[in-house]
Design a protein around this ligand. Sequence first.
Ligand SMILES: Cc1cc2nc3c(=O)[nH]c(=O)nc-3n(C[C@H](O)[C@H](O)[C@H](O)COP(=O)(O)O)c2cc1C
Length: 169
Amino acid sequence: MSDMAKPGPVGSGGQGEVSPPELAAKGDRVGSVVYFSSASQNTARFIANCHLEDEGIDVFRIPLRPKDPELKVNQPYILVVPTYGGGSAKKAVMPQIKRFLNDPQNRACIRGVIASGNTNFGDAFCMAGDIISRKCQVPFLYYFELMGTKEDEDKVRKGVLDFFHNHPE
Ligand SMILES: Cc1cc2nc3c(=O)[nH]c(=O)nc-3n(C[C@H](O)[C@H](O)[C@H](O)COP(=O)(O)O)c2cc1C
């Protein structure tokens, strides 16, 4: 854990560039979570309610608007994303998330995915998790609906910590 790369200053381009976390780990860093949330902010509320930073997790947010600076990470992370597309597999993963994952440095650091969605979408519920898990060859660790429940928050907080304790780098 202590030998994991520490986040550095924001660079101007090229390999090794990293962005600052939205919420920095308190104490020794155990691992990182990267999330995306649209204007409805369900995932953002879920992440805030998990208080991952209190457990030693750096929390990074994929920017919503194209003009925002790109997110660059260089430390292992679990990705937390909502599903979109209304049932279309092609549109289930938001373009901002695809753009983030198409960066080789970002792609190399993903270790697992957690997805959210709405059960109204039937078979397409949380489909973004299946797609990212398959494409990036990482485990689909957990799913929850909308902004999750207290039980989801507790399970994700404990699950993320257990994951990084079992996969130290
Ligand atoms: C236009 C639209 C399409 C959606 N498509 C799906 C879907 O295919 N599968 C699913 O499980 N949830 C779907 N959802 C539900 C979202 O995943 C859910 O509302 C999520 O909590 C949004 O997170 P956010 O507010 O952080 O962006 C869709 C929501 C919208 C508004």
